[in-house]
Ligand binder design. Sequence first.
Ligand SMILES: [Zn+2]
Length: 349
Amino acid sequence: MIVMELSLQRFYITSVLILLSSMLTAVNAYAVDYWNYDNSGGYGPDKWSEYYSDCAGMMQSPIDINTTDVLYDPDLAYFDFSGYNLTNGVDLTLVNKGGHTAEVLYTGKEVLLKGGNLPADYRLVQFHFHWGSTNTTGSEHAMDGMHAPMELHLVHIQSRFSNASVAQLKPFGLAVLGFLFEISPENNTKYDELLSQFYKIQTVVNNTQDNETEIGTFSLYELLPENLDKLDFYRYFGSLTTPPCYESVIWSVATEKIPISEYQLNIFRSLYDDQHQHLKDDFRPVQNIDKRTVTTTKEPAVTEPMSSTQVTVFQCPTTEKPGNSASFLVGQNLNVVLVLLLTIFKVLS
Ligand SMILES: [Zn+2]
């Protein structure tokens, strides 16, 4: 009898423990699944690392690119964007992604990115944007401490992986291209077609679900700077800029910016997030670059040599650069000689 009571007690205790454990798992599941860009609510970028440990890593993105500190790499090749021309058999879905961003998903035939010293061919899976509430915030990457009003990310996975969930766990599994925008007084008409569809994803369904709509296919060349064959970029190794922040991304940030008008930016800003607030400022702050090096395809500008006239007049005797004290003194001496000659000429005449 006593044995039976003990068994029953053990059963009740075990049941309560299992119930408590499943309740805790449910709470954690909510915490793990949910994040946003609002630091005041407990789920913003400041707190991401508490739920996603990789967000505290040493190779995080985005970063501030100090353009005078980057290393010119003559062996860093340009990208081959010929795959971006494919439109037949490619299906596009425009998504208000849980109130985090506006995204275009790629399915159907593979759109491939090659070259750029990538270790393999990479397949485009989606592109999306990050933008700000003002024209001086919005981009995730900064250049020399300055942010752009918006940034486009083209997300690719190594073509041997079946999907982004698998690829993001592998070293160099992802290759992301970043393009910063600059305000233009004119509309960038190449964005008209895409922006004309935004009214379909204005809000997030049930405040939490993605809001999706099929859109017509267009060539990606439309959205990017001209002369893509010689697109200069900055290269570094980093992470996803959203949780779970996996450090599996080969980053390439274009040096050239894409023009966009304020009117067009306001179409992005008119979308709604999961809190039914205007979707904006959906960017992660820049992360510590730590010991990483940023390389570039862009040759450093050559210092202007002195013009032949300057050289004749000053006859600079040193190898120092123009404008230094030696050439200045030579110039001063010539001026004194000229003044003396003019004075003598005046006295004589
Ligand atoms: Zn992004």
